[in-house]
Design a protein around this ligand. Sequence first.
Ligand code: THU
Length: 143
Amino acid sequence: MIKNETDIPVQELIEQALKARNFSYVPYSGYAVGAALMAQKGAIYSGCNIENAAYGPTNCAERTAFFKAVSEGERAFRAIAICGGKKGEKPETYAYPCGVCRQVMKEFCTDDFEIIVAKSVDEFEIFTLSQLLPHGFGGENLA
Ligand code: THU
């Protein structure tokens, strides 16, 4: 953990991520992920992973949360909490966001966006987006 001081409601976000995790649809991997995304304006959007028999259409918990928020008009975000582990069990390890989800974060977030990976409300690590996606590719590259 590199960043330790934040005004983000870390425990609240972790609680919501843990709740969303219960809704994960994971008949193939059995790996349940929950996420809770906080917009700049304060609203929190939760998400879970949703798998598919054709595998490719599977959506990660983080992207579910982002797409819910963006589809409701949000464009600016402060933080996301992520919890993952075997379905029906407490998370045993930290679930870091996959590369595709980091790229989706890059689309809508600034470098200081905070990514909280958590096993429980009191076991977590916080990173900035620029720590998890250094030298990312973004819209500025196409300007
Ligand atoms: N998964 C997520 O929900 N978020 C990630 O960042 C990594 C992976 C999901 C996708 C799939 O349903 C399961 O975890 C196993 O890869």
